[in-house]
Design a protein around this ligand. Structure first.
Ligand code: ADP
Ligand code: MG
Length: 247
């Protein structure tokens, strides 16, 4: 029991690129099990925030704590081993590997590298197929990722994140360019992952997906959090409406 300690706690987070302030004193606490939606106009700092959480970027000020432990300063692979997974806005599978091999990589290097874990070859195979079944790609196991459709590629990206058996999954724009039914498919998939106990932060522009998924909604504008609360209230907030109308 972790009591009142949130799974993720971001305090006063700041990040600049040269003189440009990408994140400005962002505070965010995410309790275990939550489905959080994160929205904001293009360039508002959403991916930068994900990068500072996952370790792709280093924050300059403030702190990131995960599971009660300070993690800013840790390299990305160490954060991954602690249970932090993210998918990339532009999927980047390994081109020379099959779909199944792409899922095996995080299994070996993230799960397999955890203290006290030893995965046998058959356990690896089983878990790999389990994750591929979760995203309904089991029939594509031996394909090259570049033979997949766009939605299948997004599912592979999520499968690679899920293969690491994360406590927290951050999905950065997994649905851009997908059809209505494909969007519904990905939302259902993320909800299924959440029901398996994974806390999820979903970054998305497609509002019907955001509203179907989110139990809580956070809005980032120009690197600042301007709203945080129940989705139905947040989307009516006058600052949020103003930010989207460009006023
Ligand atoms: P979002 O994901 O909300 O669209 P980003 O976090 O990608 O926004 O970007 C926030 C701002 O920071 C943008 O103005 C972007 O151009 C800038 N930015 C992001 N990454 C870098 C970088 N590596 N170097 C310089 N500027 C960056
Ligand atoms: Mg982005």
């Amino acid at each position: 029991v972790i009591g009142d300690v949130p799974l993720l706690a971001i305090e006063q987070l700041g990040k600049r690129f040269g003189g440009f302030v990408a994140l400005d004193t962002v505070d965010l606490k995410v309790p275990q099990g939550q489905r959080l939606g994160l929205i904001g106009p293009n360039g508002s700092g959403k991916s930068t925030l994900v990068n500072c959480i996952s370790g792709t970027l280093q924050n300059e000020t403030g702190s990131v704590s995960f599971d009660g432990q300070r993690i800013d300063g840790f390299p990305a692979h160490r954060r991954a081993r602690l249970g932090l997974a993210r998918s990339f806005q532009l999927p980047r599978p390994f081109r020379t590997m099959t779909v199944a091999e792409n899922v095996r990589v995080p299994l070996i290097y993230t799960v397999g590298a955890r203290a006290g874990v030893h995965l046998t070859q058959s356990e690896l195979e089983d878990r790999c197929m389990e994750v591929l079944s979760l995203v309904a790609l089991q029939d594509k196991a031996n394909k090259n990722p570049f033979d997949l459709t766009q939605v299948e590629m997004r599912k592979l990206e999520l499968a690679r994140a899920m293969a690491a058996e994360p406590k927290l999954l951050i999905a950065d724009e997994s649905m851009a360019g997908l059809s209505h039914s494909e969007v519904e498919d990905i939302v259902a998939l993320l909800i299924r992952m959440n029901e398996r106990g994974v806390t999820i932060i979903m970054i998305e522009h497609i509002m019907r997906a955001v509203m179907a998924f989110s139990q809580r909604l956070v809005v980032l504008v120009s690197g600042r959090k301007i709203a945080d609360g129940a989705p139905e209230d947040v989307i009516k907030d006058k600052d949020v409406v103003g930010a989207y109308l460009g006023t």
